[in-house]
Design a protein around this ligand. Sequence first.
Ligand SMILES: Cc1cc2nc3c(=O)[nH]c(=O)nc-3n(C[C@H](O)[C@H](O)[C@H](O)COP(=O)(O)OP(=O)(O)OC[C@H]3O[C@@H](n4cnc5c(N)ncnc54)[C@H](O)[C@@H]3O)c2cc1C
Ligand SMILES: C[S@@+](CC[C@H](N)C(=O)[O-])C[C@H]1O[C@@H](n2cnc3c(N)ncnc32)[C@H](O)[C@@H]1O
Length: 696
Amino acid sequence: MACTLVAVKPWRLGLNNAKINWDKHGVPYACDFNDVYFSTENALEESRCIFIAANQLTQRWSQWSEKRAFVIAETGFGSGLNFLATWRHWQQQQSHVTLVYRAIERFPLHVQDLQRCLQNWDELQYLSTALIKQYPPAVPGFHRLYFEQGRVILDLCLGDVSDILPQWSAYFDQQTPDTQASMVDAWYLDGFAPAKNPDMWTPDLYQHMARLSQVGATFGTFTAAGHVRRGLQQAGFKVDKQPGFGHKRERLCGVYEGTESLYTAQQTSKKPSSKQPPWFRNTSPKFTDKKALILGGGVAGTSIAYSLAQRGWSLHLVEAQAQLARGASGNAQGAVYPLLSADWSPATRFYLQAMLLIQRRLDSLRDAGFDIPGNWCGVLLPASTIQQQKKQQQIIQNLQLPAKVVQLCSASETKQHCGINLHHPGLWFSQAGWLSPATLCHAQWHKAAQQTQAQLSLNCRIQKISRHNGLWQLWRDGQCIAQAPVLILANAWEALKLLPELELPLQAVRGQVSYPPQTPDSAKLRSVVCETAYLTPTNTTGLHCLGASYTPGDTDTTLSIAEHQQNLQQLQSLPALANSLDTQEELIHDWAGRVSVRCSSRDHLPVVGAIPEKQAFFEDYAEMHLGKRFDTYPQEPRMQNLYASLGHGSRGLLSAPLAAELIAAQMNAEPLPLADDLQRALSPQRFWVRQLKSST
Ligand SMILES: Cc1cc2nc3c(=O)[nH]c(=O)nc-3n(C[C@H](O)[C@H](O)[C@H](O)COP(=O)(O)OP(=O)(O)OC[C@H]3O[C@@H](n4cnc5c(N)ncnc54)[C@H](O)[C@@H]3O)c2cc1C
Ligand SMILES: C[S@@+](CC[C@H](N)C(=O)[O-])C[C@H]1O[C@@H](n2cnc3c(N)ncnc32)[C@H](O)[C@@H]1O
């Protein structure tokens, strides 16, 4: 069958699962490419020869002395056989390296097909089961999966290789000859035969490989096609032909030698560079000790503790209150579902990815024995107006997400989903739900403390932050109570009281949740329902969680009856739900509830990542508004080992764990867990850039 390639941009049109046929030996065939995923003759041995041996992993891992992770990048994840073979090799070597395996896939296998592919190898059974357990639905974007207590990381980047590779950023380092530090150490080129899939094997691919490699990075591939060889050579790789595996005649492998000679010959001394503006570039972190201070013990701070502990950092978390999760992260129940718009906006992409990450995080914590109350009972977003209904239809049409992630449901189906007939159609997130934020915080902290040296100071309100001899210092009552090379601000709206000079546009927003008792009618509620207000099914205390008022600029935390009434009023657009509660005036007076303060940013995305030195930033990029060529500015912002996980607004349960992963990646010079443009959209300096661009 001839192959039909459709040049689609998945971040605009959604992803399709691969269409598979099976041959009589149980080998999968891609219908659209008319090609096999792996050979019929000993595919596992083939993978070991073409990718593991060709990239000399045994020798390189045993000699690996760098502090950062070893990074493998694969074009075409397919059945994950190469990943599992590499992971198995890592186990057999008892390797000390941390392995980050980044794989790109445009047509992910359906999980049933994946299962069927992988059952062929008994030796890989245990690893296959672990992979299948975490395997994400076909949602475009980056999905980070952890194995081996975080020492083997799989980044499944779902999308077309031509969309994904430009979204990988390298770290900049003025001390390295090419100013750009290595991002990928070994390449696996495995995207079907070039003749059957010409769109994958392009000069652009080789240029991006060069951009992300440093001298010494290697590659292996099954093909020996002439244009692949020439393309790689032109990009700066030394290419060797080797005997092919099995009946195949030849294959290629090689090493990146750099582009100095190539490009000097053409009157230019630079290798292909990133299109990323210098003011957003990630720099190689510079510190000798892996010691960090975390300020704030809510979901942001404990998520950072979790992510850094996996990477062997010593931690000191400092919290003003007598316990963790006494701020915004202390409500009894929090709704967990992604915020979607009818386009692939940064918020849509970020929250979708964050949603899938928190689900995997919870599974992993529960597997480790932590009891975290919560239920993936589904979340229903009823649309009570025609306008809302149209918007929801557009979301479904434009994003083309798998039905198990989100789908439209009719008015009559709402009863089936949530137990109460709401008389409106809506959006149904079948795998979303609610969880107990405080328990999540405690579990993340305890897991961190099991893995690393972790000190917790409670009842410790920091009044001053300073930096001396390269160390960040936290002060209380005139005494420095802690110091370390790195500081992460996770203290929400109070961060700016301590460092007002950062001038980040963050705002405190008071919010109250009400805890109405269950009634016989409300007991029928099976899923979370969110419209203007949200109502959760009851937890073990027999109370619902009804939220949440929203008062910008107010930091008073006194419980208010008027705000109980306001929450109830917001629920009136869904009368069946509002009427299911006992709402007599005197009963509302007795409702329990909780008030806390959110920290919201001006553009409603959290503020996450390394914070450059502000004064230096404004000096270095003062002429940004002139729109000069990127290479005329300093190539990277000046950094100070200060990080932010702030501004989580009304969705911190989703955003904080992914934010922590981003910070941990930056602190360890690891590949980022999300696309380059998303990292920019979250970066603290985005507000300064807007300011500088608009200055005249
Ligand atoms: C009413 C309400 C309802 C919400 N509902 C949901 C929901 O359904 N789903 C959802 O995803 N999100 C929800 N949110 C948002 C979510 O709760 C927050 O985004 C999240 O808890 C923020 O976590 P955080 O760690 O940034 O902040 P916090 O949990 O507030 O933690 C900050 C910590 O820093 C400490 N601190 C501050 N200053 C200092 C200092 N100087 N020294 C030491 N420690 C300090 C504080 O004591 C606090 O413990 C809701 C928020 C509110 C207010
Ligand atoms: C030979 S298979 C890979 C086999 C895989 N490495 C394994 O271990 O099973 C090639 C894979 O490349 C994917 N692919 C093809 N074209 C692509 C593109 N343009 N971008 C991303 N992935 C692509 C296919 O969907 C397929 O899964």
